[in-house]
Ligand binder design. Structure first.
Ligand code: SF4
Length: 328
């Protein structure tokens, strides 16, 4: 029988050593602890590994919107669903750099670029590689999410100065097939592997509220926490239900479940940035405060998240001031 103490000790990799991975059973046990015990543990692990009361700010810009051939059921950018998302071609280098400059002026530390592709073509990379240099010169970290990458594409991006690559697993391997059919869970892991081998830092997380079970969430965390090294950044997204997508009528996520998941992620991923991502614009200040207490230490900052709404910059600044939280 696993006791509460075992769960806490075994799930804390700073105690057990990095070769031992938290099992799904351990993750479940941790998640099911009395709420206050779980968030207190997460808070102290957080403060032992990060500067307390500090949040990393990333700005995400959609550099190529819509008409994506993939069928991710949650995504309004898929060409298969009738949504209000506009379709654009790849943004010019000048326009991307202008957006990066604005992000820097409003206080972001990282500039993330998303393109709605299955995978980038070599001609797309030719445009994007010089962009990375320009963004680095502004003093910003760089992140991209462009779909599947080959090993050689990852190497080229690394060489051009890419710091982070985002590629989410979305959900458990089992539930994944119900959400996306046009590329496999295995293919996602391959891209993450290519990114890791190139030396680019990995940003890899998931989405809750897709209709998955608690166990699917634990399995997702298990796969992420078992990566070697663990991803430097893990976004936890809450489904934004967009009209026209197959998941438009899914049930809302229970806020306490979100806090539990963040706290669990913090314990098993002690040195990873946990990003409170999509869905934040419909969260109360109190819920976000609980998420920060429980180990979330990164947010998207800026008024749009690819195609969905994000809190206004002034609202975020006011919240951070109320909570005494500084940006990195
Ligand atoms: S999530 Fe990405 S890959 Fe999936 S449909 Fe949307 S843009 Fe395409």
């Amino acid at each position: 029988m696993i006791t509460d103490i075992d769960i806490v000790i075994k799930s804390d990799r700073s105690v057990i050593g990095k070769e031992e991975k938290p099992t799904v059973e351990i993750i479940k046990g941790l998640y099911s602890l009395p709420f206050n015990d779980l968030i207190s543990k997460a808070h102290s692990i957080h403060n032992a590994n990060f500067e307390p009361n500090t949040v990393q700010l990333s700005t995400l810009v959609n550099i190529k919107s819509g008409a994506c051939p993939e069928d991710c059921s949650y995504c309004p950018q898929s060409i298969r669903y009738k949504t209000n998302v506009s379709t654009t071609t790849l943004m010019s280098v000048e326009d991307i750099l202008e957006k990066a400059k604005k992000a820097k002026e409003s206080g972001a530390g990282r500039f993330c670029m998303g393109a709605a592709w299955r995978s980038p073509k070599d001609k797309d990379l030719k445009v994007l590689l010089p962009v990375l240099k320009g963004i680095k010169e502004l003093g910003l970290e760089t992140c991209m999410t462009l779909g599947m990458l080959t090993a050689s594409q990852a190497d080229k991006l690394k060489e051009a100065g890419l710091d982070y690559y985002n590629h989410n697993l979305d959900t458990s391997e089992n539930f994944y097939k119900k959400i996306i059919t046009t590329r496999t869970f295995e293919q996602r892991l391959e891209t993450i592997n290519n990114v890791q081998k190139s030396g680019i830092k990995v940003c890899c997380g998931g989405i809750i509220g897709l209709g998955e079970t608690d166990n699917d969430r634990f399995e997702l965390l298990h796969v992420i926490a078992s990566m070697e090294p663990q991803p430097e950044s893990v976004p936890i997204n809450t489904l934004v239900k967009v009209k026209g997508t197959p998941l438009q009528d899914e049930q809302d996520v229970e806020p306490i479940d979100l806090v539990r998941l963040i706290a669990t992620a913090r314990v098993i991923l002690p040195k990873t940035y946990i990003r409170l991502s999509a869905g934040r614009s419909s969260m109360s200040d109190e819920l976000q405060a609980l998420c920060f207490f429980s180990g979330a230490n990164s947010i998207f900052y800026g008024e749009e998240l690819l195609t969905t709404e994000n809190p206004k910059i002034n609202k975020d600044k006011a919240l951070m001031e109320k909570l005494g939280i500084m940006s990195e």
